[in-house]
Design a protein. Structure first.
Ligand code: PLP
Length: 395
């Protein structure tokens, strides 16, 4: 058979083929078949969703909530969300709120609303890969501005970010509190960025899914939000999720706060992506918000204890540089061997049964670090640290 007769295997288009594959998944695959791995690599708690939320979903299912809903979500959930956002960030009406199928779908919808082929997008990194890859699916070009690591942990170089936000920039993608670093953007930084973007007509997509997981303020206080500063009809789209503050990762429920003038078009995009979030899941979302205040406050208290415990235990290990981050649920730290973090994490899972995420999974700026999700009890963290200590002693 000549070369031209060989079957041509069909491929996805170039923009899709060149997307980065998940390095966390690569590490998990390296551990396939290893018994007794302690997994700290994914961004979720090891606890199930609290009973009052599961019960609300069961009741909704029993009552027959099995049909399509309005594209932008059921009215009672949108009203509940509008009240919740108003309490946290000032007056917000239902026409500024849309329900989505979790945070990642909200990010995709937000990008689809404002970004097209050839557009310039800026993202602050290290960063959960989805924010960088989603605009690329749409054919956009993504420039990154790296946070800087120093004595006070990860910080923004504001001047560098403002310089990168050129008049031809369409969109700024920001995530604060940040996955993986735990960095939290200050109110002053948000103000400066907002004013700059206002002047140049640049859209901001603010991923605030970790806003409640904030340890630097008063108990119960959420992290600084663009919603505290921006009018609801400005070029700001805020993305949020039920996954982190109510332990609902598997439910796939989130929301967007955006200008009312976008909502008709957002409804069309929801129609063509998912049509709607499941009705019984939306009912559970109402219970989460209406009955979950105390639960979230306690969760944040527990996470703070876990964070401090892990930071204390890691600091005692030779060669480990770790700082307590002000937000989210990860410790992003450096240790011997992490200059090739993917190789290190594969070795850790194979040889020590310890599942961590390589810093390089969050962009080249994350190389030299590994990410540890501390959303579990301290005994489990201790067991993981013991494995790391043992591994470091061997190498
Ligand atoms: C920064 C960030 N944004 C958004 C999400 C999306 O979460 P979900 O799709 O579960 O709401 C995650 C999940 O880990 C995240 O880390």
């Amino acid at each position: 058979m000549s070369e031209t007769d060989l079957p041509q295997f069909p491929n996805a288009r170039d923009a899709v083929r060149s997307l980065r594959a998940s390095q966390i998944r690569e590490v998990a695959n390296a551990g396939f078949g290893v018994p007794d791995v302690l997994p700290f690599w994914f961004g979720e708690s090891d606890r199930v969703t609290p009973p009052f939320i599961r019960d609300a979903a069961s009741a909704a299912l029993s009552a027959g909530a099995t049909f399509y809903t309005h594209n932008l979500g059921i009215a009672p959930l949108r009203e509940t969300l509008a009240r919740y956002v108003s309490t946290l960030h000032g007056p917000t009406s239902v026409e500024h709120v849309a329900v989505t199928s979790a945070g990642v779908n909200a990010l995709m919808l937000a990008a689809q609303l404002v970004v097209g082929a050839g557009d310039r997008v800026v993202a602050v990194t290290p960063l959960w890969p989805n924010l960088v890859e989603i605009p690329k699916i749409l054919g956009a070009h993504v420039e990154t501005v790296s946070l800087v690591y120093g004595a006070n942990g990860w910080q923004l170089d504001l001047e560098r970010l403002l310089a990168a936000l050129t008049p031809d920039t369409k969109l700024l993608m920001l995530n604060s509190p940040n996955n993986p670093t735990g960095w939290v953007m200050s109110r002053d930084e948000q103000r400066a960025v907002l004013e700059h973007c206002r002047r140049l007509g640049i859209w901001i997509v603010a991923d605030e899914v970790y806003e409640r997981l904030y340890y630097a303020g008063e108990p119960g206080q959420s992290a600084p939000s663009f919603l505290d500063l921006a009018g609801r009809d400005e070029r700001v789209i805020c993305v949020n999720s039920f996954s982190k503050a109510w332990l609902m990762t598997g439910w796939r429920l989130g929301w967007i706060v955006a200008p009312a003038s976008l909502m008709d078009d957002l409804g069309k995009l929801v129609e063509y992506n998912t049509s709607c979030a499941p009705a019984f899941v939306q009912q559970a979302g109402i219970a989460a918000i209406e009955q979950g205040g105390q639960f979230t406050r306690e969760l944040v208290g527990e996470l703070r204890v876990s964070r401090d415990h892990l930071v204390g235990a890691l600091s005692a290990l030779p060669g480990v540089d770790v700082k307590a981050p002000p937000g989210a649920m990860y410790v992003f730290f450096s240790l011997p061997g992490a200059s090739r973090s993917l190789d290190l994490c594969k070795a850790l899972v194979r040889e020590a049964g310890l599942g961590l995420a390589p810093g390089s999974a969050f962009g080249p700026e994350g190389e030299g670090f590994v990410r540890w999700c501390y959303a579990c009890d301290t005994a489990r963290l201790d067991a993981g640290v013991a494995r790391l200590k043992d591994y470091l002693a061997r190498y």
